[in-house]
Design a protein around this ligand. Structure first.
Ligand code: A2P
Length: 337
């Protein structure tokens, strides 16, 4: 059978890639509905080799939608996702609106696909991009050796912030090269030729919301509240692809060579790990526009007997958002038989 699929936020940085991945993977779409705000209603978005007219979410009747992929921000999800679910759709939500709710599964397709089956509210949450790529790589290591603590610093691209942030990096870069001052709008300070140790909002404990997502999303997805996570989230002037410098401490010693072998066999992972120039993944050389989570710089931690270092890079818009959402939709379809 085929499915009526709605993409909410179809004109956004993630939404447009959701459409292209649905087409690329031959998802059984019978009818595709592209939804966004009234600002872009009437315009067109690409779906495979077709153009689909964008419709206004506010006036759209969700009756008959089988699967709805939401990526239009938390406020839109909170308002509309329950309505789509009530109308019978399975909602796959890319925002953080429902991720912490006990009755909403938080699913990484390669890590805890079985969790997608239990969705009492008809909503499945897609994890934060940084957690997503980190856990595709760390879950197999956790299963083997028991991760007790994760220390991660991220190098996050601007696409994770949305289309306006992509434009801001382009505009500031071109402007500065032409001796124009950078005028920050999306980010609090200049992003071009800079790095910003700030993602999301500051919380009472001094960490930011983006950092705290890495803490509790990791615990929820791995089903292990004992894992310690210490995160520093940094925004860097890269368009597509997040990188992460990750240090883990495991219960049992996991040697770098063993970790490399485990990762080479892990679904969704590609190991790029040669000790030569370019023998490691970067956003530009590997991740951007591609599906895998790339892992390199795998090495034993000189400072700790059960420590291990990894460098994890992936396209935050693909595996970090749109691809995983479509993979969840594929799990839902597979259930139906
Ligand atoms: P629109 O293009 O009409 O503003 P991004 O994360 O790249 O900024 O994209 C956000 C997505 O969410 C866009 O598709 C945007 O549509 C959509 N969106 C934002 N506000 C609303 C709204 N009030 N109703 C429906 N869609 C919205």
């Amino acid at each position: 059978r085929t499915y009526k699929v709605a993409v909410v936020g179809a004109t956004g940085a993630v939404g447009e890639v959701m459409l292209s991945i649905l087409a690329e993977r031959g998802f059984p779409v019978g009818e595709l509905v592209a939804l966004a705000s009234e600002r872009s209603a009437g315009g067109e978005v690409a779906f495979g080799n077709r153009e689909i007219v964008v419709r206004d979410l506010a006036t759209f009747d969700p009756a008959g939608v089988d699967i709805a992929l939401f990526s239009a921000g938390g406020a839109i999800s909170r308002e509309y996702a329950p309505r789509f679910a009530a109308a019978g759709a399975v909602v796959i939500d890319n925002s953080s609106a429902f991720r912490q709710d006990d009755d909403v599964p938080l699913v990484v397709a390669e890590v805890n696909p079985e969790a997608a089956r239990n969705r009492p509210r008809g909503i499945i949450a897609n994890p934060n991009c940084s957690t997503m790529q980190m856990l595709v790589a760390l879950a197999p290591l956790h299963r083997r050796a028991g991760i007790e603590r994760i220390n991660v610093a991220t190098y996050q691209s601007v696409s994770g912030t949305g289309r306006r942030a992509l434009e801001e990096l382009g505009r500031q870069t071109a402007g500065l090269l032409n001796f124009q001052p950078a005028e920050p709008e999306v980010y609090p300070v200049q992003i071009a030729f800079n790095v910003i140790p700030h993602g999301g909002d500051f919380t009472d404990n001094g960490y930011t919301t983006e950092e705290m997502k890495l803490v509790w999303e990791t615990r929820k997805i791995l089903g292990d509240d004992g894992i310690g996570v210490n995160a520093t989230v940094v925004r860097v002037p890269v368009f597509y692809g997040h990188s992460e410098a990750v240090n883990i401490e495991t219960r049992d010693k996991l040697a770098a060579a063993d970790a490399r072998a485990l990762l080479a066999a892990a679904p969704g992972v590609e190991v790029v790990d040669e000790p030569v120039g370019g023998g490691y993944p970067t956003p530009v050389t590997h991740a951007s526009g591609n599906d895998p989570v790339y892992v390199g710089r795998i090495r034993d931690d000189l400072s700790h007997p059960r420590g291990l270092n990894l460098w994890i890079v992936s396209d935050n818009i693909r595996k970090g958002a749109a691809l995983n959402a479509v993979q969840i939709a594929e799990l839902v379809v597979a259930e139906a038989g």
